[in-house]
Design a protein around this ligand. Structure first.
Ligand SMILES: *Cc1c(COP(=O)(O)O)cnc(C)c1O
Length: 248
């Protein structure tokens, strides 16, 4: 069965809309980067395309986007397969079950949601097998940290006390590269306080593992605060793509 083309490459209304929204977000990023005195080290934009069709990802690629984020394996695997001609880096940013590791390492450049030793082991095993098959690069791994004060915060992530152990596992696992930390600001809390806490966690991890320089933080609502506190990777969805459609 032939899949319909994801996008015919024509200059349509959706392309114009995405271009305009992307420009607006890029201007916000530039202003916040200048405001933080970080022009020499601007953050990298990852456009979160979850729930939006592959055609939108193709349009974004045509607009110069190189990094996209997804949070469900099946959806991400499907889009990555349909868009395999495009040079995109896929970032997995959602909660990940260990039994999905094999699938994720087939398309993902990075996983931002590493939150437990068992997942490190599953990703390491899967990526080494994939490297033998395809010679793929090492998988970039971010330790997702919970910034909620109550230990089992609903937005996911390891408690800060678990970060050193995860750092050690990621730094020594074949096929994995310890990139740094990732977090989502707790709902209803001050994002500045949350990202300041994350910057401290990052500094402590870097003291032990100097290569762990990345801080994945900042979404549509709080990208300015994240940039102020050192975010190196921004994960922006709705301000670029618009409201997420209902799951189809
Ligand atoms: C959906 C999502 C984002 C993007 O959020 P927006 O508010 O749409 O910009 C970023 N990070 C994670 C982990 C997400 O699940």
């Amino acid at each position: 069965m032939n899949e319909p083309a994801v996008w015919d490459g024509r200059d349509d209304a959706r392309l114009a809309e995405l271009q305009q929204r992307l420009d607006t977000v890029r201007r916000r990023i530039d202003a916040a980067t200048a405001g933080a005195g970080r022009q020499d080290a601007p953050p990298q934009l990852i456009v979160v395309t979850k729930f939006h069709p592959a055609g939108d990802v193709a349009r974004l690629a045509a607009l110069g986007v190189a990094d996209v984020g997804e949070n469900r394996d099946q959806e991400a695997a499907d889009k990555a397969a349909r868009l395999s001609d495009l040079r995109l880096r896929w970032h997995f940013i959602g909660q990940l079950q260990s039994n999905k590791a094999k699938s994720v390492v087939k398309y993902a450049h990075a996983v931002h949601s590493v939150d437990r030793p068992q997942l490190v082991a599953a990703l390491a095993k899967a990526v080494v097998t994939e490297q033998e098959r395809t010679g793929r690069q090492d998988l970039e791994c971010f330790i997702q940290v919970s910034l909620d004060d109550d230990a089992d915060g609903h937005r996911g992530g390891a408690v800060p006390a678990a970060v050193p152990e995860l750092g050690g596992l990621l730094a020594t696992a074949a096929g994995l590269r310890l990139a740094g930390v990732m977090a989502v600001a707790p709902l209803g809390a001050d994002p500045e306080a949350a990202f300041e806490k994350l910057a401290g966690i990052s500094a402590r991890l870097r003291a032990e593992y100097p290569q762990a320089t990345a801080i994945s933080a900042g979404m549509s609502q709080d990208l300015e605060a994240a940039i102020r506190f050192g975010a190196t990777h921004l994960r922006i969805g709705s301000d670029i793509l618009g409201p997420r459609p209902a799951v189809g």
